[in-house]
Design a protein around this ligand. Sequence first.
Ligand code: HEC
Length: 100
Amino acid sequence: MACLQHAGILAGAACAASVLASLPALANADDVEAAARAAIAANCERCHPPLPDGGWEVMTLRPHDREEMAFLLYRMEEEYSAFPSDDEAAAIIAFLSGFE
Ligand code: HEC
């Protein structure tokens, strides 16, 4: 079962912590960006089309820190059936929490 598929806010928070712990697997910022862009294309672009500035509709309207991003991903899963894998979620959180 994917980490983010547990029910309940507390499970979501525990899950976010384990997602953050797995980040060092991605070596550098370019790897993180490439992994995140692929994960977003696969899981998110059907609702968040890409924008000419390199961002995505609604998704990159305003900045989010890691904790908010982890929770938003959990909410995207609960409310909109977006089911990234744990690795995809880790890359998305790492990339979007640094997105300007
Ligand atoms: C089925 C449609 C759908 C999918 C799939 C989806 N989203 Fe969303 N997302 C929305 C809608 C609608 C909103 C705005 C309303 C809300 O926040 O619930 C939103 C809001 C957001 C926000 C909050 C923006 C803000 O500043 O409030 C972020 C971040 C986000 N999505 C990221 C993602 C990511 C990352 C994925 C892929 C893993 C994803 N979404 C997949 C529909 C979707």
